[in-house]
Design a binder for this molecule. Structure first.
Ligand code: NAP
Length: 316
């Protein structure tokens, strides 16, 4: 990402929690106030990349963000803003579905720009692969949106390497980002490499070789769900391995004189793929605790100890 946006921060703030919840109630004054507080906190920590999607809180996350930008117009040029399209919820026309048609992508981008109160989106991500995608149609649509100055770059989310390569084959612009679920709890991206050449490799829900595809092709990897909903940092544990990992995370936080959140994120960031964590917390203190990961470099031994403890057993 630094290649395209040299000013971009290492961490990203994910805006899914803004907007007052997944309901049809209109945006309230307090939702805008919350967005003001969160954005102020995030910027004070030198995080300037913001992740959106047209669907987050049914568009309200973008709406409150847009209100903040309206109140502070000079802010726009200091930020890198990305959003996603392609997921449609069930409605009178049909069930939940993905839609990469020209009509839907263009309509989504118009909505994103209006809600965010901006003229150009820095990166448009295709949210989840649409099996009915017509390759040329998508390529032409994205090229048109770029020519119109509505989007600058194109990215994807939840795609494996072959899907990106296929899409890339028709695009006149590079895919600059792939956003995947990655955390100490969601480790398929690592297990893919570690368990290769063994039967254990079969259970992965992750497209084999995706990380390597991204590294070889300069596709920035971004990690959603990077805090694993807090299961290692204070939220309720799911099982024994989670509880043991939470204890270890606490111990390491004390050893490294940092926060548990910083240990969980430093584990992701220690990987040479330069993974960008997408922070989803709306808790101001927790956001600060996350940012502390910028100053933690885990030893190889601690990195593997965290991996082994989260897995619940030794690596092969
Ligand atoms: N591309 C995709 O398909 C996709 C999918 C999902 C999300 N995303 C992006 O990634 C971002 C982060 O995703 P995420 O929110 O799923 O991941 P996350 O960062 O793993 O989880 C954040 C959530 O966990 C809660 N949490 C964290 N620590 C906690 C603790 N100790 N106790 C209780 N709750 C705790 C937070 O609540 P508080 O707010 O109270 O801290 C927040 O609701 C989103 O904002 C969005 O931008 C992308």
């Amino acid at each position: 990402m630094q290649k395209y946006f040299p000013q971009a921060s290492r961490m990203i703030y994910g805006c899914m929690g803004l907007g007052g919840g997944w309901n049809t109630q209109p945006v309230a004054h307090q939702d805008v106030q919350q967005a003001h507080r969160v954005i102020e906190q995030v910027l004070s920590l030198d995080i300037n990349v913001f992740d959106h999607a047209d669907i987050y809180t049914f568009g309200k996350a973008e709406t409150v963000f847009g209100r903040v930008l309206k109140d502070n117009p000079s802010l726009r040029d200091k930020l890198v803003i990305q959003s996603k399209c392609g997921i449609r919820f069930a409605d009178e026309s049909g069930p939940k579905r993905y839609d990469f048609s020209a009509k839907w992508i263009e309509r989504s981008v118009e909505g994103i720009l209006t809600r965010l109160n901006i003229e150009q989106l820095d990166i448009l991500l295709l949210h989840r692969p649409d099996p009915l995608m017509a390759l040329e149609e998508v390529a032409n649509t994205l090229a048109r949106l770029q020519q119109q100055g509505k989007i600058t770059h194109v990215g994807v989310s939840n795609m494996h390497g072959h899907q990106i390569a296929y899409l890339q084959s028709a695009l006149s612009t590079p895919v600059v980002v792939n956003q995947l679920e990655m955390s100490l709890a969601c480790r398929d991206w690592l297990e893919d490499g570690i368990t290769t050449n063994s039967k254990a490799n079969c259970s992965s829900g992750y497209g084999s070789g995706t990380l390597e595809y991204c590294l070889l092709n300069n596709v920035q990897v971004q990690a959603w769900g990077c805090l694993a909903q807090g299961i290692y940092t204070g939220a309720k544990n799911q099982n024994n391995a989670d509880a043991a990992t939470a204890n270890l995370v606490n111990q390491l936080a004390s050893d490294y004189e940092t926060s548990p959140e910083a240990i969980v994120l430093a584990w992701l960031m220690r990987h040479p793929a330069n993974i960008q964590p997408v922070l989803g917390s709306t808790n101001l203190q927790r956001i600060k605790h996350c940012e502390a990961a910028m100053r933690v470099t885990l030893s190889r031994e601690h990195w593997y100890l965290l991996l082994e403890t989260a897995r619940g057993h030794e690596i092969p």
